[in-house]
Design a protein around this ligand. Structure first.
Ligand SMILES: Nc1ncnc2c1ncn2[C@@H]1O[C@H](COP(=O)(O)OP(=O)(O)O)[C@@H](O)[C@H]1O
Ligand SMILES: [Mg+2]
Length: 298
């Protein structure tokens, strides 16, 4: 059985951040303990009920991709046993599959998004302007159409409750400088291309995905946070893909679709999600874990 955890509680450790999904503790000046809870957010609002096991699945999916792509881009994971860092008396079983020890990095203040297909806010911006993040695209593209080549479409990282906003590459250069901006763009596209090819062999299209990066004291760049999870990516079953529609997906679209049927203004607090939608969403995460990482849950 998966464990269920809406909020972590690790007395004695310094909690420095409670994000939409992760609780982040400082272990030292250069190490973090990051716990993925079972919180579910949609439209940037954390919903009241957990998806049991979600944090475990997210962590395992991320750990899989971090390991697979370490030869391309270094990542934040440190090989430190959890038992060494959890406070004495902690229920190890509750945390072992959902927590990681990571390098404590300085976040690059941008959401590094790679898109191979035109969907979501990319499709919206393209319809309005014919371009996306300052990149002019060919005319006449349809919803969900594959782009001529994957593109880097950064967005600003919004505070809890606000929505991220697509920005141009030049805007990223203005904030972090051209050297770091170039490294982030190249790393984003490199991981995306590798992962998209990997997933394609398993019948899954990675339509788009978001990475976060950070730098260490020497300015070295690492990919951090999570990687290629259903929370950070749009995964489409290739056999159901069609241009011109929004394809069914492995990601939160399922919950979003439910929420769209509700009379809700997309401000906190969000509506309680019914049990059948919770169970179906958990099954989607498990399916992504199995099809991509080859990890089967009991
Ligand atoms: N290695 C790291 N060093 C510093 N910060 C990190 C690292 N990995 C993840 N983070 C940060 O920890 C937080 C994780 O919480 P999460 O719930 O994912 O937040 P959010 O609500 O911003 O998505 C994010 O703010 C992320 O930028
Ligand atoms: Mg996050």
């Amino acid at each position: 059985m998966p464990t269920s955890l809406l909020q972590s509680n690790l007395p004695g450790l310094e909690l420095i951040h409670r994000g939409k999904v992760r609780d982040v503790y400082a272990l030292s000046n250069d190490r973090l303990l990051i716990v993925a809870t079972d919180r579910l957010s949609a439209f940037d609002v954390v919903l009241p009920n957990p998806i049991p096991g979600k944090g475990e699945m997210l962590t395992q999916i991320s750990n899989f991709w971090f390991a697979q792509t370490a030869h391309l881009v270094p990542n934040h994971l440190l090989d430190v046993p959890l038992a060494e860092v959890l406070p004495a008396g902690t229920d190890l079983a509750l945390y072992e599959k959902r927590a990681v020890v990571a390098r404590r990095l300085k976040p690059v203040p941008v959401e590094a998004i790679a898109r191979g297909y035109l969907i979501g806010s990319g499709w919206k911006d393209y319809q309005a302007t014919g371009s996306l993040c300052g990149i002019t695209l060919p005319a006449g593209l349809q919803q969900a159409q594959q782009l001529p080549a994957p593109i880097f479409t950064p967005s600003t990282k919004a505070a809890v409750g606000d929505h991220d906003e697509n920005v141009s590459y030049d805007a990223v250069v203005a904030v972090v400088g051209s050297e770091l901006a170039g490294k982030v763009r190249d790393a984003t596209l490199e991981i995306y291309r590798w992962a998209a090819a990997y997933a394609a062999e398993r019948g899954i299209i990675i339509a788009d995905t978001k990475f976060e990066f950070g730098t260490d004291a020497d300015g070295k760049l690492y990919v951090m946070d999570e990687m290629l999870t259903p929370d950070s990516s749009r995964f489409w079953p290739a056999d159901q893909y069609r241009v011109g529609i929004s394809p069914p997906s492995y990601d939160k679209q399922f919950v979003r679709d439910y929420l769209e049927t509700q009379d809700w203004n997309k401000q906190a607090p969000g509506p309680v999600i019914p049990d059948n939608v919770i169970a179906a969403t958990a099954a989607k995460y498990a399916e992504a874990l199995q099809r991509l990482a080859g990890i089967k849950l009991d």
